[in-house]
Design a protein around this ligand. Structure first.
Ligand SMILES: [Zn+2]
Ligand SMILES: [Zn+2]
Length: 278
């Protein structure tokens, strides 16, 4: 399986030369196995993936999306996903309902593509789209992949995913806050013995505790130190620090990466454009 990071930033897209090395686009991950393709989240990184699919003549291939949740940094790229405008493209979309129990993935994508926010509506995209609501505990078998999911700890909720194919496994757990003093059972389940754990490492301990700016407790994100502890507890083989804070420039992310490596050696900070064979 191959994992490509198209967007690694959290909260809001971030531009500027100080952010160029790790990249400023928000969450989007592509997972492929042979010709089969999954996309996790539709942050602004999705736009470049769509362009690449168009250039490679892949627009009319089936594409399957899974969404962690409906916050804007995870859906904003969808209106700019060019293959969705191509007649004949079939798009499967799996995602959670908001914690209100009513607002679906369709509603969230639909609402962000309506005047006055956007002139092109979801229904104007000529592709064939099929929406399925998923929830914690579900497993979806699609193509060669088995994808299972568990609820994470985040405002309005978030789903973490475990992707398995050909005896290899990846856990994608972003937008989640760790439980202080205990490892989250949901992530332990999803990440047990995985080849790659991609985990929300937005903050330093100082930021989280309020020693550098306001305390971030309850904001729904974790720290790189917690990331290394969860990776060790789960027996993950490799750890990717993910959902970089928009305030963290390349030098800062690099410092976090270096310190994380001293705690869990096989760690790297995810950066836009990186491809990993798992
Ligand atoms: Zn986010
Ligand atoms: Zn979020």
């Amino acid at each position: 399986m191959k994992v490509t990071f198209w967007g690694v930033r959290g909260s809001i897209a971030t531009s500027g030369s100080r952010f160029a090395r790790f990249g400023g686009n928000t969450t989007c991950l592509e997972v492929t196995h042979g010709d089969a393709q999954l996309v996790f989240d539709a942050g602004t990184g999705l736009r470049a993936l769509g362009q690449k699919m168009m250039e490679e003549g892949r627009a009319q291939r089936d594409v399957t999306f899974f969404f962690s949740h409906l916050h804007w940094d995870h859906i904003q790229g969808f209106p700019f996903f060019t293959p969705a405008f191509v007649p004949g493209t079939k798009i499967e979309l799996y995602g959670p309902v908001d914690e209100d129990g009513v607002t679906t993935l369709y509603d969230a994508l639909d609402q962000q593509m309506k005047p006055p926010c956007f002139p092109v509506t979801l229904d104007m995209m000529a592709s064939e789209k099929h929406f399925t609501t998923v929830a914690s505990g579900d497993t979806v078998s699609t193509g060669p992949f088995d994808v299972s999911m568990r609820a994470l700890n985040h405002p309005q909720g978030s789903l973490g995913y475990r992707i398995e194919v050909g005896g290899r496994s990846v856990c994608f757990a972003t937008d989640t806050e760790h439980h202080e003093g205990a490892i989250d059972d949901a992530i332990l389940d999803l990440a047990r013995d995985v080849d790659l754990l991609i985990y929300d490492a937005q903050y330093t301990e100082d930021e989280y505790e309020g020693r550098a700016g306001p305390p971030r407790k309850g904001w729904g994100h974790s720290t790189y130190v917690a990331a290394t502890e969860i990776a060790r507890a789960a027996g993950a083989k490799q750890l990717a620090l993910f959902h970089h804070d928009p305030m963290h420039d390349d030098a800062m992310v690099e410092r976090m990466e270096q310190d994380a490596k001293t705690r869990f050696a096989n760690t790297f900070a995810a950066r836009e454009g990186l491809e990993i064979d798992v």
